[in-house]
Design a protein around this ligand. Structure first.
Ligand code: PHE
Length: 339
């Protein structure tokens, strides 16, 4: 028996010396020391067959083998656990000196930039921002804006009609009607948004952006309009920008005007940028027509107001020196990356 025990010890030592993982170790544990099928528990069964006088001594020997084996396995187990832990740590190690992965980031579209600038300027003057609908009805887009049935602006060639009653709005001015019929005066609103016209060439896009501004209050005059728009232009283009107001006609304002800024390229002498004019038109404006106010139930003996509408693409083109309108809509990354 003693010989056999020495043999078992030798086998355990040999087999354990080759073990590298905890699962291999477990397999050997099962082979030698676990359960009834293990080799060492098997020796205990043989003990029963031994003679009475041999039994105590044999029991001691087997027990000491048991203890030795338990010890031997525990040491190996500690070693393997340590090795496996180190391996895991090594694998999870983070090199904080490695360069970070680049996360590509978007930029704002030039039209969004000028829109945000305008909102900022007008918010500072107490205007609130409204977004009204892009699909409008005949009443809000034309009729309530004093645009009679036979007016050329209603021409099917200019307007994208959806059916007889609905269309894509041709300007942000229907927002005036939506404001006048929902907000109690006095108020100041700014209405940015997309507008649509059946135009498509180097200087016209079928969809573009406008910002409508409107003020309704007691005793509002054309002087307030000019003052506000001059303030706007100086904030946008610099303190020394020269402007002029030209008489014009819109059905929904009276009097109406267009505002020009002196050409930044030639300083008013005339060049290709301003088509020889020396001036560049930037917006349409005027005192809101009494018929429009009255149609919305506003008492024109008490209230008056002004409104303006300007195109954002043209503004962005001047601000960022963009030469072709189409660049704004193509969404070529090489273009957009520059802002
Ligand atoms: N809606 C007009 C246009 O699209 C601009 C405008 C707005 C004119 C408000 C006067 C008052 O051309």
């Amino acid at each position: 028996m003693e010989e056999k025990i020495e043999e078992i010890k030798g086998e355990i030592a040999l087999e354990l010396s080759e073990v590298k993982t905890s699962s291999e170790l477990f397999r050997l544990k099962a082979k030698y020391i676990l359960g009834k099928a293990g080799i060492i528990p098997g020796l205990m069964k043989e003990l029963g067959k031994a003679s009475k006088e041999d039994r105590p001594k044999l029991g001691m020997v087997i027990n000491s083998l048991k203890e030795w084996a338990a010890d031997y396995f525990a040491k190996k187990e500690a070693e393997i656990n340590e090795a496996e832990r180190n391996y895991r740590y090594k694998k999870e190690e983070i090199d904080i000196t490695m360069p970070a992965k680049r996360v590509p980031q978007g930029t704002y579209h030039p039209v969004s930039i000028v829109k945000a600038e305008l909102i900022d300027i007008f918010a500072g003057m107490g205007f609130r921002v409204l977004e009204t609908r892009e699909i409008e009805d005949d009443f809000h887009n034309f009729t309530a804006l004093n645009t009679p049935k036979e007016h050329p602006a209603r021409d099917k060639q200019d307007t994208f009609y959806i059916n007889d009653d609905f269309m894509l709005r041709t300007h942000t001015s229907p927002g005036q009607i939506r404001s006048l019929t929902t907000i109690k005066p006095p108020f100041k609103v700014l209405i940015p948004g997309r507008v649509y016209r059946a135009d498509d060439d180097a200087t016209h896009s079928p969809m573009f952006h406008q910002i409508e501004g409107m003020v309704i209050d007691k005793g509002v005059t054309m002087a307030d309009l000019k003052g506000t728009l001059n303030t706007l232009v100086r904030k946008l283009y610099g303190e020394n920008t020269v402007t002029r107001f030209r008489p014009h006609h819109f059905p929904f304002t009276e009097p109406s005007c267009e505002m020009d800024v002196q050409c930044h390229k030639c300083g008013g002498k005339g060049c290709p940028t301003c088509k020889g004019e020396g001036w560049i038109e930037i917006l349409g404006a005027g005192m809101i027509h009494p018929k429009v106010l009255e149609g919305c139930g506003i008492d024109t003996d008490v209230y008056s107001g002004w409104a303006f509408g300007m195109g954002l693409e043209r503004l962005a083109m001047r601000r960022f020196k963009i030469s072709d309108l189409r660049l704004i809509f193509e969404n070529d990354v090489r273009f957009l990356q520059q802002f």
